[in-house]
Each structure stands twice: as C-alpha cells, then as structure tokens.
Ligand binder design. Structure first.
Ligand code: SAH
Ligand code: MG
Length: 877
C-alpha cells in the first residue's frame, strides 16, 4: 500500500520500474472519487461528501490498467503501476518468495512496532495476550492488514485471494524460512518473534491503567431463517480484541478467526469475522460443506463466508495507535442490505422512510433531493465491487434554437471487464450534467427492473425492449447477484407496496384526517414545504416509533416523497396536522429506520401491523416565480397580467368568460371590481384547494353585494374542478377565454391539445394566453447585475419547479401562430414586465387570439366531466 521505513531498499517501487521501461509513454491519469461520510453510523452513504479518494488509470502503449482506490494520489499511481506490472508478461524482477520473506522480516522488525500501521496495532496488542499465546499474532491477520504482503501472495499463486486458508499456508511456508527470527506455531496458525522486543517497546505496550471498553456488534447466523442478533464485545485495553471475537464464535482464540474484507464505504473497518471452515482436510477448501454457507454475509462481502458470522466495526488505523471501534447494530446491517439496491441507496441517503422510490426520471438539479442518480449508480457499482460506471457525453444538435445540447451514454462493466450494460440516450439536454444524471437514472431503472425479475423469476420483463437505447447482458452480472433473492426475500419488488388500508386503489387517495385551524396558507405544486413527521409501527393500539424528523423539506409535486404524503400535504394549511396509515413497507426498511429492534421484531412477527404517519405542516415557501414576481416588479407581475387581461376584457363586449387554470381566482376576483359587459364567469382548475380559495373570495364579493358589484351585470359564477386538456360542455359558447401562466404547467403536447380544443370546440371571440418568456429568466435570476453585464446565453433555471417548459419568444410565437392559422384566428403578441422592443422582451409573454370566422358546428352538450365546486346565481335576475 505504502512504502515505509527500511523496506524502501528491498521492496521495488512499481512506478520506478514502469518508468524505467516505458519512460514518457507511461501516462498516469488520477481522478478524484467522492466518498460519503458516515455521521457516526458505519457503512452508510449519506449525502455529505467525505474525504477525497483517488483512482488512477495508467496508459501504456499496449494496454491500460486502473488502480484500486487510495486515499493519496501517489498511492493510487503506485497501485496502477503495480497492476500494470502484474499484467506484463515478463517474470517479476525479484523472486516473489524472497519478497515475501523480506516483507515478513520487516513486519516483525523492531522498527515496524513503532510505526502507526493497522497491523502493528495487532502486534502490540498480542504482547498483552495471556499465557502461551503471549506475543503470538494470527497469520490470517497479516494479508488482511498488509496489502503488500497480500499482493506478493497473489503473485505467487494467482486466484488465492478468495481462499484464506491457502494464503495462510503460503505465509506459513515463507515464515519457516525465517526460523531464526520467527517462531511458527502450526497448531495455533500464528507467528511470534524468537527474540524479545527491546524494553522500550515492551514498556510502551504495558497497560498501566486498564480501560474498560465494550463495543456493540451483531451476529449473523448462517441459517437465513434466524434473525440477526446483537452482542457486546469486550475490547478493554488489556486484551486482544480478536480473542473476544473468537469467544463469541465459540472458538478458543483469535487464530481460528477469519476476517472478511471491509464492507460498506471504501475506508470502513466494518468486517465479518467467522470461523475456519469445518472441513477436515484444510487444504481442500473447495470441498467445504455448502450447507454452512452464510448467504447474508457472503452477499454483503462478496466473499464466501461459512458458519455464523460476527459483524463488527473495529480495528487499528493508519492515523492512531489506539483501537478504533464503533457500534454496529441490526440497523447498520439492514442499511448495508438496503445499500445493495438502487432504490435502497436512494432511500437511505434521504434518511427518511417517507422518501419516495428512486424517481425514474431526472428533471432538474434543483428539485432533486438525496443522492443524485449518478452517485447512486456509482455507489451501486461499488457495493457490488463492479468497476466505476463509465459515462461519456457528446454534443447533440439542439432541436430548438441554436444552443448546444448534450447526450450521454453509460457503460457498466463486470469485474472481469465484460460489458454488462450499455445505455445510449436519445434525449438531449441543455446541460451536460443533466444529461449524465438522466442517463444514470435510466440505467438505474433498468437495474431495478432486472433486480425485480431476479426476485420474481416468473415475471417476464423484456429487458431489451427498446433495443435502440439499451444493450443488457445479464449473464455478466448474474454471478455477483447469486445470493440476491435469498437475502432480499422480504422485499419482493422494491416498489412502494404501500396501499391504502381502506382498500382504495388509487394510492394517492389515502384516508387521512386533518386537525387544527386552517391558516389559509397552503402549498401548491412547486412550493417548497417543510414538515415535521413521525412514523410508527402500530398494531391494535400498540405503537413503536421508528423515525422522527423535526424538519423535513421537499418540493410539492416533485415526487420526492411517498405519493400519500404529497396528497395529504397538498390539502393542509400551515400549522395543521394529519395522520394516516399505510400497509407495511419491506421489513428491511423498517429495521433500517430505527426504534427498538427487539420491540419492532416482536410487533412484526405477530403480524397485522401497519405504519402510521403523523405530520405537521410547518412552513411553505412559495415557488421562486412568485417571490421574483413580487420582488422585482411594481406592481407585481401577476397584478400586471391581470390588469392587462382586464383591459382587454373591458374593451370587448363579451358576456361569457372562462378562465382556464384560474388558480385562486385572482383574475375573476379583479373583474368584479370593474363594470364590464360580462354576465357569466367560469373558472376551471385542477387544484381543489386553489378553487376553494377562489370560491371564498368570490362569494364574499358577490353575496355581500359589495359596491362595485352592483354596477356589474354578473348573473352567474361557476367554479369547476377539471383539467383544461379535457372538454366540458359547460364552458361551450364562451365568447372570451383567458389562460394566464397555465400552459407551462402541462406538457408541450398537452398545451397543444388545449389550444386546439379551445379554438376548435369552445371558439371564443377572444383568447388571452400568457406564459413566461424564458429569455427574461437571465434578468430575474441575476437581479443585482446591471443589464450590460448579463450574458443572454447563460443557461437559466425554470421559474417554478412545476413548470414543464418555458419558451423563448420565438418558440411561443411559432406555437401560437401555427395554432391560430389552423383554426382561422388572428394572433397578436404582447406582454407585461419589461419594455416593448427592448431585449430580452417582456417577462411574461402574452398572445391575444381573435376569431376570424363565424360560429362553429354543434357539440355534444351532455359532455360534463368537470365537478362543480361552487355555483352562484344572482338573485336579482
Ligand atoms: N391563472 C392563475 C394561476 C396560474 S398558476 C393566475 O394567473 O394567477 C397555474 C395554475 O394552473 C394552477 O392553479 C394549477 O392548479 C393550474 N393547472 C395546472 N395544470 C392544470 C390543468 N391540466 N388543468 C387545469 N388547471 C391546471
Ligand atoms: Mg407558472
């Protein structure tokens, strides 16, 4: 791993050898990899970035190799050089047996004792072992903590890395050549120095004042039916911790204990400890009784592990002489399991039971919470010890306007560098990073589908369905996944299995009750909301709290949380609380949350449990759009839009107006303040909460016979709950239509459906339609800069997370002109915010369509899909 002390002379530096042979033709390329820090819980990926790690690719004329992941750049380069040397056909410079012998003698030298090395900690601790074991170090330990020694063994016998017993016997053979300095105990499978250590060494390890230390670990029985169970290890300073683990495993001392490689994050010390295989003939490891295979431990470590295993986070580190240790609970274990599947990685990263499944689509950076798809994918590969995924982006021709757009493809390889998956996206993005994230999310969905299929072999999923975008070779990943279905059996589909307990099929329509006074401040799609919540496991009045968050933020409508929570929060006012129950999610998720594992287990095993969520809406932050519209325009942009429409309406002699996407009714409400020719007004929207607000304010104005209303001719007012993309005959015959800042909330196709429908079926004399001008965003988003400094081509965010698109003037004008032409309308363009003729145009762009022809054919008056929310008729008709 690193070169230290006197070994420098004997041990050859791989990079130097490569340099001698290839000179400048050897090209090193070091890249940074992010690790995710642990928040005190081992082996977990959390969204904070941890220390940087490095990986190096070394290109040689004939081939290139990739290093292991290292904490330092130069170690990564050495590792790459080491790999290259392994590949080169020439025999190694030095006889590997000599290398092994010299490495062993260095490890047992006086000098090595004083070095801070993960292995020297074991040597020092061994000096505190009692009786005949005093000073003995188990051989199994050596290759685990000294990668240099391990690599030499691999060089001696390739493929040995998966056979701990064989590594041990190689080391043992080398040790017998050092019989002068090393005492070999064949029976104990341990080594000790023949000469005593110098007195200063002995003094330094003496425990003057015993420090009692206990650390929590868990036992994972090899029988999958048995639950994991907690245990406590005595790792007090006067003992060798490996002996404590041995006792837990039912063997007399550390030499019988094997260690797995570390699991979880790259620099973790979390490992499985297990006993030597039971086989009589120790040299024949292949003949081990498969019946003892510990499937769960093998799956997590990617190594074959037999018998019961202890999972603990403990060991000596490079930076300290003290023993490092951290508690491992059953929660840790379940989170490691969760971290093996994309959806689990995503949920764990959000630290929230109520986080949604990994969304299948990457929208924009700003409305994504938790690990980004690319990070989830990297983590998935790392968890399965696959090479890092390879992304490559290319510039695609933008389909709208001259701006550059990007496309991204991704490849996943197996350990043996066979192609597992190749996805080439047909979609292009304005930002390269969005293209990458989107591609990563597609790859993740593909993997999710594959994993689902593994757990449910009957399920027939056409993996190569759209052969254009995706090549998938499951045979190259199936080996890594051989234990998958045995371990994840309680999680059949990785899908929100949450179904409303009352049996309502639509899972967004769960039953809930909202408590507390309505504050009138509610969230609409695109708002940032902050809730506090608790999740309980409940059974007939018995409750166990699993998770609690004082503050949890998400964007409404971005599918960042379970759909039931979104649906409930959308109906709540700030300060109100709600409670609802859902069917149980997978057991792993419940254990990976929190709570008392014993209680959770007993509740779960008795059956009939459900999850209860309680939540309080703490805050609502309106979408960026609303904030900007108020802060940067006076009067606010929405007031200006309404005023523009009111002026057009006053000029017209229209009597029947429909406001499509009326929201809280700001336009309808303002209309009542002026004398107009209007007699009937109708508002349509899909938000019942917004409609309720509209009803309230219209009702106050109309029923109280407020002064201005007297002078109006309004005879009826109607609010309808429905989508502007479907037809309802009750709006037929309107002679004026308004649709302010609504079309961007539906897809471009739906906007066109709406446009066609209004102009062909409703046929108003006048249609006033507004939508944001994307080109103006650069000013909205850089309010401090003066006009000169603004770069008009700078990419901008959409104004509201709920917007599906925002058009430039050219795009809007093209869309509206085509629509007008098709339906025999004329169209004029205008806007509010900004100045006519000054770049980049108005903040809100407005199209006014005027009907050129006479009234159209009849329509089916029985078509009434909208629900009436509020219906008012004047009494003095
Ligand atoms: N016209 C209002 C509201 C604009 S906000 C104003 O200018 O103040 C956009 C509105 O469109 C929201 O109220 C939203 O609920 C509504 N909306 C989004 N998609 C819709 C659809 N398919 N049908 C009807 N209304 C929709
Ligand atoms: Mg909008």
């Amino acid at each position: 791993m690193t070169t230290e002390g006197s070994s420098k002379k004997e041990v050859v530096n791989p990079k130097a050898i490569i340099h001698k042979r290839f000179g400048d033709k050897a090209r090193y390329n070091v890249e940074e990899i992010q690790e995710f820090s642990s928040n005190g819980t081992p082996g977990l990926a959390l969204p904070q970035k941890g220390p940087c790690l490095y990986r190096c690719t070394l290109e040689l004329p004939e081939f290139s190799v990739m290093s292991d992941i290292r904490k330092r750049k130069k170690d990564a380069m050495q590792s790459a050089a080491e790999k290259a040397l392994e590949k080169l056909t020439d025999p190694p410079v030095e006889d590997p047996w000599d290398q092994l012998v010299s490495r062993l003698s260095y490890l047992f030298s006086d000098e090595f004792y004083s070095i801070c090395h993960p292995l020297s900690g074991h040597f020092r601790a061994a000096l505190n072992r009692e009786g005949h074991l005093n000073g003995f170090v188990p051989i199994h330990i050596l290759p685990i903590y000294d990668s240099k020694l391990f690599n030499i063994c691999k060089g001696i016998k390739p493929g040995v890395e998966l056979k701990p017993l064989e590594v041990t016997s190689i080391v043992m053979d080398a040790a017998t050549r050092l019989s002068e300095t090393l005492f070999t105990s064949k029976e104990q499978v341990s080594l000790r120095r023949t000469s005593p250590y110098p007195t200063e060494v002995l003094q330094s390890v003496e425990v003057s004042c015993k420090q009692e230390t206990y650390v929590k670990a868990i036992r994972i029985p090899y029988l999958v039916e048995k639950n994991v169970e907690p245990l406590t290890l005595d790792v007090s300073s006067d003992k060798y911790y490996m002996d404590a683990i041995a006792r837990e495993l039912g063997v007399e001392d550390a030499s019988k204990v094997f260690l797995s490689r570390s699991v979880g994050k790259a620099s973790s010390e979390t490992r499985f400890y297990f006993c030597a295989p039971k086989s009589e003939d120790e040299t024949k490891e292949d003949s081990q009784d498969r019946a003892f295979l510990n499937v769960r431990a093998s799956y997590l470590s990617g190594q074959d592990i037999y018998g019961d295993a202890v999972l603990a986070n403990i060991g000596y580190l490079w930076k300290s002489f003290d023993l490092f240790h951290e508690d491992v609970s059953s929660r840790t274990y379940y989170r490691l399991i969760m971290n093996k599947v994309p959806t689990g990685i995503y949920k764990v990263s959000r630290e929230a039971v109520l986080a949604a499944e990994l969304p299948a689509r990457f929208g924009t950076r700003s409305n994504w919470r938790g690990l980004f798809p690319r990070d989830v994918l990297c983590m998935f590969c790392r968890q399965h010890r696959l090479p890092e995924p390879v992304f490559s982006s290319t510039v695609a021709n933008g389909n709208r306007g001259p701006e550059e757009t990007f496309r991204c493809e991704a490849k996943i390889f197996s350990k043996g560098q066979d192609l597992i998956l190749h996805y080439h996206s047909q979609e292009s993005f304005k930002k390269q990073s969005d293209a990458t994230q989107d591609t990563a999310s597609k790859v993740l969905s593909c993997l999710n589908v594959y994993l689902k299929k593994l757990n449910n072999p009957q399920m027939d999923l056409a993996m190569n369905g759209n052969g254009l975008d995706l090549e998938f070779y499951p045979q190259h990943i199936s080996k890594e996944m051989r234990y998958f279905s045995l371990v994840h059996k309680s999680w059949p589909c990785f899908e929100a299995s949450s179904k409303n307990l009352l049996g309502v099929n639509d899972n967004t329509a769960c039953s809930y009750n909202i408590e507390g006074p309505d504050s009138e401040i509610f969230a609409s799609s695109g708002c940032l909301v902050c809730v506090c919540y608790s999740v309980f496991l409940v059974k007939e009045g018995d409750k166990e709290e699993l998770e609690k968050h004082e503050e949890f933020e998400f964007e409404l409508g971005s599918e960042a949380v379970i759909p039931e929570l979104e649906a409930v929060v959308a109906q709540m006012g700030v300060g109100q609380s709600a409670r609802f129950r859902l069917e149980l999610p997978p057991h792993e998720l419940i254990f990976a949350a929190n709570g008392d594992p014993a209680r959770v287990l007993s509740l779960l095993s008795s059956g009939g449990c459900s999850l209860e969520y309680t939540t309080t809406l703490l805050r609502v932050t309106e979408p960026m759009e609303d904030r900007m519209e108020k802060a940067q325009f006076s009067p606010s942009l929405s007031k200006q839009r309404v005023q523009y429409a009111v002026d057009r309406i006053k000029e017209s002699s229209a009597t029947f107006l429909v406001d499509f996407g009326c929201g809280s009714g700001s336009l309808l409400d303002s209309l009542l303040d002026y004398p107009t020719s209007l007699e009937r007004i109708v508002g349509v929207d899909i938000s019942t909460k917004a409609l309720a607000r509209a009803a309230k304010s219209l009702h106050t104005k109309l029923s109280n016979n407020a002064v201005p209303v007297k002078s109006s001719h309004i005879k009826s007012a109607l609010l309808l709950d429905g989508s502007i993309t479907t037809f309802d005959s009750r709006v037929y015959g309107c002679d004026i239509g308004t649709c302010l800042e609504v079309i961007e909330h539906v897809s471009e196709d739906e906007a066109t459906v709406f446009g066609n429908m209004v102009l062909s079926s409703f046929c108003p004399k006048l249609l006033i339609l507004s939508t944001p001008n994307y080109e103006y965003n650069v000013i909205l988003q850089n309010p401090e800069e003066d006009g000169e400094a603004i770069n008009p081509t700078k990419p901008c965010k959409f104004r509201n997370l709920d917007h599906k698109f925002e058009w430039t003037r050219k795009q809007f004008e093209a869309w509206a002109s085509e629509l007008a032409k098709k339906h025999n309308y004329s169209v004029e363009f205008s806007g509010v915010g900004g100045t006519e003729g000054v770049e980049p145009g108005f903040a809100s762009q407005i199209a006014v369509f005027r009907r050129a022809c006479e009234f159209p054919e009849d329509v089916d008056m029985a078509d009434v899909p909208y629900n009436v929310v509020w219906d008012w008729k004047s009494t003095n008709m």
